[in-house]
Design a protein around this ligand. Structure first.
Ligand SMILES: Cc1cc2nc3c(=O)[nH]c(=O)nc-3n(C[C@H](O)[C@H](O)[C@H](O)COP(=O)(O)OP(=O)(O)OC[C@H]3O[C@@H](n4cnc5c(N)ncnc54)[C@H](O)[C@@H]3O)c2cc1C
Length: 463
């Protein structure tokens, strides 16, 4: 979009906040420096405003990129000169919480944290959680099909969405705010927009399923010899009917050591010296019950699982210290600016073999490579960062991807577990996604967005 179009844009959206490129340059772009490369940002107040913006962009041949909390990790919200950002920040109301139907109706720009707080007032929870909860929006989470800490139990965002509203590339509004779990009334088209990263429509409202929450959740940090041992522990707690496993996060030693150093933890404060660490969350009616069940459960499985060391947090501060080890992943970026990061799903019992295979494969590429590996143990979602110094040349990046992704699809896993494709995994998508799936995706994009208005160049390639 040329600067000459700005007055027309302002006239078309008289009630929206609009920033030009100069204003954008002074603002924080979020987790990806490329987010604010656009020529303008528009913050509409409602779905009609979004529709007017979409129509304006379609009419003038301008690419439009939706942005929520700008916490996305796959470059899906990156923009370039000439494009316009549709910022959902002003559409952030929790419109309704129905405690009996256990559903929330929220505007797309509401943060996960705001929804969690509003639902908690009714003893309910959206059943999905991630470290970026303070900024990540429901619309962004729908669009990346976010997963997070509780996906092993409650599914990903796709499984939490009962209905949604989205503005299509031609400005029409797709309205399916179904708020009941059961509907088999033809194609369930809302799923087209979930995980589409803003390429098929701009999500404006969502009906989110809520679940009752336990009274309290206790945390433990457990040292184990390998992922298989950690999986034994998880299976043990999943078998309990009186408690509810809420989190099972695994940290391989290299990652745990980096975090410990970065966070300045004194040696011996936590049980940290084991090949793998497991952060467990267990919910029960009261904190005493949850802590007691964690202690008893760990004691019962200690020998069988080969537990090396373990500690149940005795205070909120100690639990927070355990969680910081897992969640403050910016330590990686601090130690290795521009380190390439990956997000894979590895099926079932294959985690130890997978990690051994990629460690060996990466060493073959460069003897100094020793990846940081951590993630959501119970659903096999591993995050991997490679300890490179400075930017990695394109060919080397592709070679690293091949080490990490080869064989994953055939084994029933995924080269992109929960962060999306965006720009980061565009080439990997071409090399590693099923070719028929790619063809269908191209056809759907061409049918719904023939002029390539919404988030052009992301996820699917256009001929
Ligand atoms: C510290 C940290 C921890 C994280 N942990 C997890 C985790 O455990 N699990 C996980 O899944 N992710 C995680 N993420 C990634 C990120 O939080 C998610 O991808 C989140 O869903 C992005 O939401 P957002 O509002 O920030 O979206 P943005 O970053 O603004 O956008 C992401 C994508 O969605 C599109 N989009 C945004 N809003 C809309 C809309 N209303 N309509 C259509 N398209 C839209 C954008 O165009 C872009 O393609 C983490 C990120 C950080 C920084």
């Amino acid at each position: 979009m040329s600067a000459a179009l700005l007055p027309a844009l302002r006239a078309a959206l008289p009630h929206a906040t609009i920033w030009d490129a100069a204003e954008l340059a002074t603002r924080d772009p979020g987790f990806d420096a490329r987010n604010f490369g656009a020529s303008a940002l528009v913050r509409p107040r409602d779905a009609e405003g979004v529709a007017a913006l979409v129509r304006f962009c379609a009419e003038h041949g301008v690419g439009l990129v939706a942005q929520g909390g700008r916490t996305g990790l796959a470059g899906g919200a990156a923009t370039s000169e000439g494009q316009v950002i549709c910022d959902l920040g002003a559409m952030n109301r929790i419109e309704e919480i129905d405690p009996f139907a256990r559903v929330a109706i929220v505007q797309a720009g509401a943060t996960l944290g705001a929804l969690q707080e509003a639902a908690a007032e009714h003893g309910l929870d959206p059943g999905i959680d991630l470290a970026a909860r303070g900024s990540a929006t429901i619309g962004g989470m729908v669009s990346t099909n976010a997963g997070g800490i509780m996906a092993f139990r409650n599914g990903t965002m796709r499984h939490r969405v009962l209905g949604l509203e989205a503005v299509l590339p031609d400005g029409r509004v797709f309205r399916d705010l179904t708020r009941v779990p059961k509907t088999s009334a033809g194609y369930d088209l809302k799923h087209l927009f979930i995980g589409a990263e803003g390429t098929l429509g701009i999500v404006t409202r969502v009906a989110v399923r809520l679940d009752p929450v336990n009274g309290a959740s206790a945390t433990a940090l457990v040292g184990v010899p390998d992922a298989q041992s950690a999986q034994r522990i998880v299976r043990h707690f999943l078998g309990s009917t009186s408690t509810r496993l809420t989190a099972a996060e695994i940290l391989w030693r290299n990652f745990a050591a980096l975090m410990q150093r970065g966070l300045g933890y004194a040696p011996g404060t936590l049980p940290l010296d084991a090949p793998c660490l497991l952060v467990l969350g267990l919910g029960a009616d009261s904190m005493d019950a949850a802590r007691g069940a964690l202690e008893d459960g760990l004691a019962a499985i200690w020998e069988q699982a080969g537990i090396v060391d373990g500690l149940v947090a005795s205070s909120d501060a100690q639990a927070a210290a355990m969680w910081r080890l897992r969640e403050e992943t910016e330590q990686i970026e601090r130690a290795h600016p521009m380190a390439p990061s990956f997000d894979v799903s590895v099926p079932g019992g294959g985690l130890d073999a997978y990690v051994a295979r990629i460690e060996a494969g990466l060493k073959k590429l460069d003897a100094s490579y020793a990846p940081y590996v951590y993630g959501h143990l119970a659903d096999g979602n591993l995050h991997i960062s490679v300890n490179t110094d400075g930017p990695v040349p394109h060919e080397r990046h592709a070679a690293i991807e091949d080490v990490l992704y080869d064989g994953l699809r055939e084994a029933g896993g995924s080269f992109s577990a929960e962060h999306g494709v965006g720009l980061e995994k565009r080439e990997a998508y071409e090399r590693h996604a099923d070719p028929v799936k790619r063809d269908l995706a191209r056809m759907i994009k061409a049918m719904i967005d023939p002029d390539n208005v919404l988030n052009p160049g992301k996820v699917v390639a256009r001929e």
